[in-house]
Design a protein around this ligand. Structure first.
Ligand code: ADP
Ligand code: MG
Length: 492
C-alpha cells in the first residue's frame, strides 16, 4: 500500500478545545443493495427468520467456492466515480483471519493491500465553509453473522443470515477536526450512497455503519493515539459519542494518563464510550490473498459504461442549479439534499419560472411543515404543480406571503383543492384597488397623529405601527409594498 501523508498545514486555533486539537478519521460500512450475497446466490433480504438465508458458500463449507457478484463490483465502481477515485484495474481479495462466534468460518473475505477503489474525496459544506475529506480507499468485503443476545433467557444465539452480505468499507484520511465536521461528512457520505442508489442507507437496520477514529493532540504535535468508536448507527449518537470521547481523552491526558489504542462502544443509555478490546493491529489478522478468488479485473470499458449510465451527482446538480436557476451555492446545496427534494424543486421551478421563490418556499414553509409531521418530501401533500401555482399567485400580486401561507395550510389538509379555489373560498385576494386603500390609509393617519408626529420627528419605527394598522384595516388584504409606498408618499 502507498504511504499516506498528512498535509503540512498549521492548525486553526479556533478549533482547539482546552488547548487540544481534535483529529477524526472514519471507516464506514455501506451495505450494498444487491439482491444476492457477495460470493453466493443466497438472498440478502433483511429480517428473515434466523439462519434461513445463509448458504454453504457463505459459511465456507468444504467443497464450496466463492464467486464474485457482478452487481457488488458495479456498485463499488459507481461509488468510486461519484467521489473521484481511481478504480483499480486489478484488485485482490484477502482473508482477514479472526475467530468470533458470528464468524464460524474463521476468516472474513476482504481486500487489504490492493483495494478496488483508491483515493477520492467527499466534499460538503459545514455552515458556509467548504470542506473536503480525502478518502484513502474503499474496499469490497463480506459481512459476518450477528450475535443475538437473548437477555431474558441469559443466552446468545447466532443468526448467520447476514453472513456474506456485500459491504463497501469506505476509509478516510484523518482529515476531520471537529465533531460537527465528522457528522457533516457522514451525512454527505450517506447522501452520496443513497443518491446513486448503491445502499439503502437504513442506519437502524445497519445498512450504513460508521466507526469514528478519534484522537487529540497539542497543536503541531504528531498524531495522538486514537480510539475507534464502533458501529454508530444514528447521526445523533455519532455526535454524542464523539463529543464524549473527545472530553474523555482530554481529561485522561490532563490527568497525566496516556491514551491506549482501543476499540470502544458507545452506550446511548449512559452517553458514554467504553473500551471493548485493545485494538488489534493489521498483523494480528494474518492477511493473505484468498486462494479461492482470482484477482478482480475491471476493464476500462466497464468503468466507462458505468460512468455513462450514472445519474447526475448531487454536486454536479447543485452547480447546475446555480448556473441555470441563479440560486446561491448554499441554496443549491440545500435543495440537492436528496434526489426527491431536487426533483420536486425542479418540477415546481420549471412550472412557474420562479426558481428562487420556489426554493425559498421549499426550504422554508414546506420544510417546516414536513419537519413537524416528521415526513420527507415524498409524503408532501402539496404537488410541485400546486406550489408553482401558489408562487405564481404571489408573484403576480394576487396574494400576499401571509395569505399564501394560509393557502398552504388549507391545501395541506385538503390537497385535492386548487390554489385559486382556496384563494376564492377564503377571500384572500390582495387589495389592489388604490382608491379603497387610500381611504384606509387616510383614516389611519387621521386616527394616529402621535405616530405621524413621531415619524416626522425622525423615528422610522413609527411607520411600522401605521403599516400594521392599515393591514389590520384591510383585513390583511392590502399589499404591504403598496401600503409602504402610499404612506411614504403621504407623509413626505
Ligand atoms: P487500521 O488499519 O488499524 O484500521 P488505518 O491506518 O487504516 O488503521 O486507519 C483507520 C482509520 O483511522 C482511518 O480512517 C484513519 O484516517 C484513522 N486514523 C488513523 N490515525 C488516526 C489518528 N491518530 N487519529 C484519528 N484518526 C486516525
Ligand atoms: Mg481499518
Amino acid at each position: 500500500m502507498n504511504t499516506t501523508f498528512q498535509d503540512d498545514k498549521p492548525v486553526t486555533s479556533s478549533l482547539l478545545i482546552m488547548g487540544y486539537e481534535v483529529v477524526i478519521g472514519f471507516e464506514t460500512h455501506a451495505q450494498l443493495s444487491t439482491q444476492s450475497k457477495i460470493f453466493s446466490r443466497a438472498p440478502t433480504v433483511f429480517g428473515a427468520e434466523p439462519n434461513t438465508q445463509a448458504c454453504a458458500v457463505d459459511l465456507a463449507l468444504p467443497g464450496t467456492l466463492p464467486v464474485m457478484n457482478k452487481g457488488a463490483v458495479e456498485r463499488a465502481i459507481e461509488f468510486g466515480l461519484a467521489v473521484g477515485s481511481h478504480i483499480a484495474e486489478r484488485s485482490i481479495f484477502a482473508r482477514k483471519n479472526y475467530f468470533y462466534p458470528d464468524l464460524p468460518k474463521g476468516y472474513q473475505i476482504s481486500q487489504f493491500e490492493i483495494p478496488v477503489v483508491q483515493g477520492g474525496a467527499v466534499e460538503f459544506y459545514l455552515g458556509d465553509e467548504k470542506k473536503s475529506v480525502r478518502l484513502v480507499r474503499a474496499h469490497l468485503e463480506e459481512d459476518a453473522g450477528k450475535s443475538l443476545h437473548e437477555d431474558f433467557i441469559g443466552q446468545t444465539g447466532i443468526d448467520l443470515n447476514r453472513a456474506g452480505t456485500p459491504l463497501l468499507e469506505i476509509v478516510t484520511e484523518p482529515d476531520m477536526r471537529s465533531t460537527a465536521e465528522a457528522v457533516a461528512y457522514a451525512k454527505e457520505l450517506h447522501k452520496i450512497v443513497t443518491w446513486i442508489g448503491i445502499c439503502d442507507g437504513n442506519m437502524q437496520e445497519g445498512s450504513f455503519r460508521c466507526d469514528a477514529n478519534v484522537s487529540v493532540r497539542k497543536p503541531g504535535a504528531a498524531l495522538g493515539t486514537r480510539r475507534e468508536i464502533k458501529n454508530l448507527n444514528s447521526f445523533k449518537f455519532m455526535q454524542q459519542a464523539i463529543d464524549y470521547e473527545i472530553r474523555w481523552q482530554i481529561e485522561e491526558l490532563e490527568d497525566g494518563r496516556a491514551i491506549e489504542q482501543a476499540t470502544v462502544l458507545f452506550n446511548p443509555d449512559t452517553g458514554e464510550t467504553r473500551a471493548m478490546r485493545t485494538k488489534e493491529d493489521a498483523a494480528d489478522y494474518r492477511y493473505f490473498p484468498d486462494p479461492d478468488l482470482p484477482p478482480l479485473v475491471i476493464a476500462r470499458e466497464w468503468v466507462e459504461r458505468v460512468r455513462s449510465e450514472m445519474t447526475e451527482l448531487p454536486r454536479v446538480m447543485a452547480q447546475r442549479f446555480v448556473t441555470d436557476y441563479g440560486l446561491s451555492d448554499y441554496d443549491a446545496t440545500t435543495l440537492t439534499q436528496s434526489r426527491e427534494v431536487a426533483a420536486y424543486f425542479e418540477a415546481a421551478a420549471q412550472a412557474c419560472g420562479q426558481p428562487k421563490l420556489v426554493g425559498n418556499w421549499i426550504m422554508g414553509e414546506v420544510s417546516r411543515r414536513l419537519n413537524l409531521a416528521e415526513a420527507d418530501i415524498s409524503a408532501c401533500p402539496i404537488t410541485p404543480a400546486q406550489l408553482a401555482q401558489l408562487v405564481s399567485r404571489i408573484q403576480d400580486g394576487t396574494i400576499s406571503n401571509n395569505a399564501a401561507r394560509q393557502v398552504l395550510d388549507v391545501l395541506w389538509s385538503a390537497p385535492e383543492g386548487t390554489v385559486d379555489a382556496v384563494i376564492e373560498a377564503k377571500s384572500l385576494k390582495q387589495m389592489n384597488d388604490t382608491g379603497a386603500l387610500e381611504k384606509i390609509v387616510d383614516a389611519v393617519l387621521a386616527a394616529n397623529p402621535k405616530n405621524v408626529a413621531e415619524f416626522r420627528a425622525g423615528n422610522a419605527k413609527a411607520l411600522n405601527a401605521l403599516v400594521g394598522q392599515i393591514m389590520k384595516g384591510s383585513q390583511g388584504k392590502a399589499n404591504p409594498q403598496q401600503v409602504n409606498a402610499l404612506l411614504l408618499q403621504k407623509l413626505a
